[in-house]
Design a protein around this ligand. Structure first.
Ligand SMILES: Cc1ncc(COP(=O)(O)O)c(C=O)c1O
Length: 439
């Protein structure tokens, strides 16, 4: 019999090194392995299981829809599709807008770009994104991403995508300045880029907050993006694939800035069904939707708005709401951030703690806090960090790391004691790693 390690190609790893336990179940923030172990999930798998694992409401909604009708194409209406679109427009405050359903985040971003270009009658209009961003791994999504892992696999410019430097305040690409200044410099750079490409740009696409590239922009940045994009008459697309659905303490991360942060389009996935079924969406504001409505929509996905996935999406939104999970994320996220800041005082390996809005935080690890010398060259994982992850798993906790970053994004339903225990373990393991790495 073939094992999974022999038969499947797994993502983002060398196949010869893949050696993961098999999961057979889950409940709340815990996962169960085939050898009977219980693992606390501190990353919501791929920052997507915001509702925890096997949420009974979701299972029930999927079961009920499966018994009625599993599938219809877009040539027919589907009740859960219509209901989910209505709920998304309501939660986003996009009255009069429209929703296009995709299968995940990458195709949501590709479609957001397609719609933005079509709406502004620039079918080959340029799209501006950031270095150190992630928007998916299909070809166009790789071109949109400024991700070290895939940047050599596509020529972004052939997709008419240009990357600008990020507001990465800890290592500001412009100068060693305070965060506010770094944000201002990044915005000025974007404004200069838009001015130089006058009339050729369709949209700016960026993550409003959380991202696996570990950048949490200073608070001035997103509202500043809105201002600059308006001044240059280009659309603003918020990639909320990871930051949406409570991850950053709001339904959508841009809502933290109110009307000053409102994008023209949003791409969604992950928390949309809490990963119970694959689903993505592009939510389109009314003025953009009005421009698209009389035109032929030159796109199609067989499974767009799949009824099972949409039923899961409706149940997910009801669950976030009824269980107060957005507020819970905000509250526990504040505690998480404070605890990590305290931890930083005791663990010199922690160069910076980022986050503070919702249950999402990033630790950037350094060799030397004064010089900010990275633990390993980006995007490599230092062996000590691999060891830390393995030890944590042996102790029943799964943490996520990328390069020098530890990314903390547990399900929003995580128990307070579980969260505290996981942070206690993380501190112990970081101190051990620090000692092993030495001065
Ligand atoms: C911000 C962001 N955009 C897009 C994607 C791609 O989503 P998917 O893996 O569903 O294609 C991801 C996935 O991690 C993401 O974090």
């Amino acid at each position: 019999m073939l094992t999974e390690a022999q038969s499947v190609l797994h993502t983002w790893c060398r196949q010869t090194e893949w050696n993961a336990p098999t999961l057979v179940g889950g409940a709340g923030a815990h996962l169960f392995t085939s050898d009977g172990r219980r693992i606390l999930d501190m990353s919501s798998l791929a920052e997507c299981s915001n509702l925890g694992h096997q949420h009974p409401r979701l299972i029930e909604a999927i079961r009920r829809q499966a018994e009625r009708l599993c599938f219809v194409t877009n040539a027919w209406g589907a009740e859960p599709r219509a209901r989910l679109a209505e709920l998304l427009l309501e939660k986003a405050g996009f009255a009069g807008g429209r929703v296009f359903f995709t299968l995940g985040g990458a195709d949501a971003n590709e479609h957001a770009v397609k719609f933005a270009r079509q709406a502004c009658s620039r079918p080959r209009g340029w799209i501006i994104t950031r270095d150190r961003s992630y928007h998916g791994a299909s070809y166009a999504a790789m071109a949109l991403s400024g991700d070290a892992r895939t940047v050599d696999q596509t020529d972004a410019e052939t997709f008419r995508v240009r990357h600008v430097p990020p507001p990465y305040a800890y290592r500001c690409p412009f100068a060693d300045t305070p965060p506010q200044e770094c944000a201002r410099a990044a915005l000025q750079n974007l404004a200069d880029t838009l001015a130089a490409m006058r009339g050729d740009v369709a949209a700016v696409l960026m993550e409003p907050h959380a991202g696996t590239n570990g950048i949490v922009a200073p608070p001035e940045y997103w509202p500043g993006l809105r201002t600059v994009t308006r001044q240059h008459d280009v659309l603003l697309i918020a990639d909320e694939v990871m930051s949406g659905f409570g991850r950053c303490g709001e339904w959508f991360a841009w809502q933290r800035y109110g009307e000053e942060g409102r994008p023209d389009l949003m791409s969604l996935a992950k928390g949309l069904t809490g990963a119970h079924l694959p689903l993505g969406a592009v939510v389109i504001a009314a003025p953009v939707a009005r421009r698209l409505e009389p035109q032929m929509l030159m796109t199609g996905l067989t499974y767009s708005g799949h009824p099972l996935a949409c039923a899961a999406g409706v149940a997910a939104i009801e669950t976030y709401q009824q269980e107060g999970l957005i507020e819970r994320s905000r509250r526990l996220g504040a505690t998480l951030f404070q605890e990590l800041q305290q931890m930083q005082k005791r663990v010199s390996l922690i160069g910076e703690v980022r986050g503070g809005q919702g249950l999402f935080a990033v630790l950037e690890l350094v060799r030397d806090r004064q010089t900010r010398q990275p633990l390993a060259a980006w995007p490599q994982l230092h062996p000590a960090l691999s060891v830390l992850l393995r030890r944590a798993l042996e102790r029943g906790v799964s943490f996520a790391a990328r390069g020098n970053l530890v990314i903390l994004a547990p399900p929003l339903v995580i128990g307070e004691q579980d969260l505290a225990d996981a942070l206690g373990l993380l501190e112990q393991l970081l101190l051990a790693a620090q000692q092993e790495i030495g001065p």
